[in-house]
Design a protein around this ligand. Sequence first.
Ligand SMILES: *Cc1c(COP(=O)(O)O)cnc(C)c1O
Length: 422
Amino acid sequence: MTNAFFTYRDDVLHAEAFSLSELAERFGTPLYIYSKAALTQAYDAYSNACKGKNATIHYAVKANSNLAVLSLFAELGAGFDIVSAGELSRVIAAGGNPNRVVFSGVGKHDDEMRYALEKDVFCFNVESRSELTRLNAVAREVGKRARLSIRVNPNVDAKTHPYISTGLRGNKFGVAYEEALSTYREALQLSHLQIVGIDCHIGSQITEVSPYLNAIDKVMDLVHQLEAENISLHHIDVGGGLGITYSDDETPPDGSTFASQLLSHLAERGLGHRQVLFEPGRSLVGNAGILLTKVSFLKPTETKNFAIVDAAMNDLTRPAMYGAYHNIVPVIRRENDNETLYDVVGPVCESGDWLGRDRLLNIETNDLLAIHSVGAYGFSMSSNYNTRPRAAEIIVDGSEAHLVRERETIESLFANEHLLPK
Ligand SMILES: *Cc1c(COP(=O)(O)O)cnc(C)c1O
């Protein structure tokens, strides 16, 4: 399942028609490489399950917001889930339809609401009472009615990393389950709001279906209570969060199985004619990408061996931030048995700057390594820490490789800065 589009041929790792050594030479390292076929296949898995079911897919832009990725999903028929005006701008620049956009996030500011209203986004996912009144005020100013869902916090355990768990009582996300009904009643009273749906998103990298079924049960209870009060909903947004296989012990269902199971559970719980929205991010892009990096130095010390590579925590933040595991493999497989245990680390001045710990690798200086499963929350979380230009991104499509983001130049990193006057 993991990165099936990146395979060894004659002991050299290939991205479809290309050897990764060839791509490193042509585009430099560190380099993000995505597979168009893998992106398409992940999308198709969801869309096949949604066919004829009044269910739509809204790709969560923050997972990988490259314009080429967005335009591919737009072409495949996706709507989008955004969390900022910047992301809406990207969707539009990529040819996506704002009318198929849901706007999530706990801290939308007035300008962002205004912009989204002007662009006529499909739905605001409102996360608090104060946001509700603010949205109403901004909509009045703009002279529109804002369509909205309330994001409810169903208080279910998604069984994932605490930083990416969002559906528990202690999280900052959504309206507390017990307050959902009264929040809807309040929304009903506000003249420039139009209630259209209900929303939940319980976390990320969730590898089991059961937390979703629990969340759906609670959401559908609310839907029926709202109906009894004549507050009818056109759609139910079940959020995103389906996990991927980073290591073999993670065995999430694929998008198709996942979407089918949720849809049939929703039907059992009285979905009726309502539309269902999915907001997948990671599961559409995560295993469609790898990060190519070159070994700068091998550094044995008394306690550990370090493989110092040219990618760092600024390029791929997940290990430093969540202690996340990414499989790391050499691009060229050596035959001899010089395997050594390494910590794979970057050049950034932080001990938290590691990409993989205790990895058995047979490598030498200048060898290339492929870090797996970086298509989601890889480049999109990258930064310029240590004044490091961000990596280039390419998409391989069979026998073609397209540069979809140029490597940043050093000058561009301080182009917006000013010296103090003399
Ligand atoms: C991040 C996010 C998603 C996507 O989550 P994944 O785990 O990448 O699928 C969907 N909806 C909302 C509201 C989000 O914040």
